[in-house]
Design a protein around this ligand. Structure first.
Ligand code: SF4
Ligand code: SF4
Length: 518
């Protein structure tokens, strides 16, 4: 029977683990190492952002620094992950042309996910692969998977949550709550599980490794043989380590562009969240800088960098951008599961639309806090209604959970109500998600032209498809202060029971009302 290498590299630093990923992938691509299953752990708690993500957007940096949580960047795409010291990683290094490797990305995910989940079942748990890339036990995720490729070699990897600290994960990551809606869940905690919770004990790490190895042996019809890193691998690892430990690798590759000089947009596609940040040279009307980040997977790994370089210095017009994106997809044939050229066109278009706001008195920083609903900003004319979230009302106010406001001046809601009245608009307080949906439906059938509303960015990201489904165009303005998502209280907020107070951005609201009624 064919033999593959079993490589157990033990608990190492984040930089060593990432440097080893690149070392092994490159040596596999060069045909210098056998097919390999690697097991890895982290010597300290670690946050790993996906290859296309910005650390600043995904990680609570101050918290991680204070707690000594390491931060690094994966070679693979996907979302940010928190790894406790007990969690276990597995990786397969294999040639793309191996007969057991499917050519379609979706089939590769399934093949690897089913192998790992059948291994986990040897531990006595009912783990099953769930497309696109998770392994779940009765709807709760115990493992995420993903991969990348280089010159004919594949690195496919996954995590196994062994004894997971969900609270620490919530504190370390800026949880991408926009992702949750697809999975129809209200709370992150209800969506994950780990071996300890399933079995009521933590199995010995060697038992978990043996179970996983058995799953891969059965799935691929091979036997594993324990082997250590070769001398060549050790040398390569040593030479790569400084780079994988550097801020240049961890932060600066995807360093955010300065917000005060850029236009941005956020779009949730089936394959992940796309964030666009671009700087425009307004004289030449060209895109001078562009950053595309998100938790999607892209093959090859350079695909997104290639798209960014094609868009950089191109004309800042929707037709030019659409042409570039379409040729990029047809010429380079990147594989980005769940994301099409149309998604990139839409996301870029929405960032570009903000250009029209600049000559109207908005600055770039303000445009980050404006979100379009259904129509471009310039087409939202003469809105009739202002929708206000209950969370902006003073916590002690008698009107907190009621319609109305006495405009007593103790919170921003009173000023907003006055402002709306001066533009001939009604104000409605939204108490919970159901009420938002029924209010928008009612307004839509009552002949209302458009609405202006205020909510937080995570709420917009999550409910954007709902707003679009209802069909009333509008503009949403971000609220200030800690949102229920920041505080992990979105479940309470959904029912109208969030107890913190947010603040409306009154100066931006005034500018939006003047713009739409001008
Ligand atoms: S301004 Fe309105 S909502 Fe705010 S505290 Fe006064 S009455 Fe309550
Ligand atoms: S902070 Fe919570 S309650 Fe307030 S708008 Fe956002 S989702 Fe709604």
């Amino acid at each position: 029977m064919e033999t593959w290498r079993l490589l157990d590299t033990g608990a190492r630093s984040a930089a060593e683990n990432m440097a080893l990923d690149e070392t092994l992938l490159e040596l596999k691509a060069a045909g210098r190492i056998p097919h390999t299953l690697r097991f890895l752990q982290f010597s300290r708690s670690t946050v790993l952002v996906g290859h296309h993500q910005s650390v600043e957007e995904e990680v609570r940096l101050d918290y991680c620094r204070a707690q000594g949580i390491e931060i690094n960047r994966r070679l693979t795409g996907g979302g940010a992950l928190y790894w406790g010291r007990k969690e276990l990683g597995w990786e397969i290094y294999i040639s793309k042309k191996d007969r057991r490797i499917p050519s379609r990305i979706e089939d590769l995910y399934r093949r690897m996910g089913e192998a790992a989940s059948s291994g986990l079942r040897h531990l006595g748990i009912r783990a099953y692969f769930r497309p696109r890339n998770d392994i779940e036990i009765q709807g709760r995720k115990i493992s995420g998977t993903g991969g990348t490729e280089l010159s004919g070699a594949i690195l496919f990897q996954g995590t196994v949550l062994v004894d997971f600290d969900v609270d620490e994960m919530l504190r370390a990551l800026r949880i991408p709550t926009e992702k949750l809606q697809d999975k129809e869940i209200e709370s992150v905690k209800e969506r994950v599980t780990c071996l300890n919770w399933e079995l009521g004990r933590t199995p010995a790490i060697r038992t978990i490794k043996a179970a996983l190895a058995k799953g891969f042996e059965e799935a691929f019809g091979v036997r594993f043989q324990d082997k250590a890193l070769t001398e060549e691998e050790e040398t390569e690892l040593k030479s790569k380590l400084p780079y994988f430990s550097s801020n240049d690798y961890i932060y600066k590759i995807r360093n955010s562009l300065p917000r005060r000089k850029t236009l941005s947009s956020i779009l949730k596609a089936p394959g992940g969240l796309i964030r666009i940040s671009l700087a425009i040279d307004s004289k030449a009307r060209v895109i001078s800088q562009i950053l595309i980040t998100g938790d999607f997977f892209a093959y090859p790994k350079r695909a997104i960098f290639n798209l960014e370089s094609l868009l950089k210095n191109s004309k800042a017009s929707p037709s030019s951008i659409e042409g570039i994106i379409r040729s990029f997809f047809s010429d380079q044939k990147p594989r980005i599961p769940g994301i099409t050229g149309d998604h990139f066109v839409q996301a870029l278009d929405e960032a570009l639309q903000k250009m029209h706001l600049l000559p109207k008195g908005f600055n770039e920083e303000e445009t980050h806090h404006l979100f379009p609903v259904l129509k471009p900003f310039k087409e939202v004319r003469k809105p009739d209604v202002l929708l206000l979230p209950y969370c902006a009302k003073e916590v002690e106010c008698d009107y907190r959970n009621l319609q109305g406001c006495q405009e007593c001046g103790r919170c921003t809601v009173g000023d907003a109500v006055q402002m709306a009245r001066s533009f001939g608009m009604d104000s409605v307080t939204i108490q919970n998600y159901e009420e938002l949906e029924s209010t928008l439906r009612h307004l839509n059938v009552s002949g209302v032209r458009a609405f202006i509303g205020s909510c937080c960015e995570p709420f917009y990201g999550k409910h954007r498809p709902d707003f679009e489904r209802i069909g009333l165009p509008g503009i949403l303005i971000d609220v200030a202060q800690s949102t229920c998502y920041d505080l992990g209280e979105e479940k309470k907020a959904f029912k109208g029971q969030f107890e913190n107070q947010t603040h409306l951005n009154l100066s931006l609201l005034k500018r939006v009302l003047e713009y739409c009624h001008g």
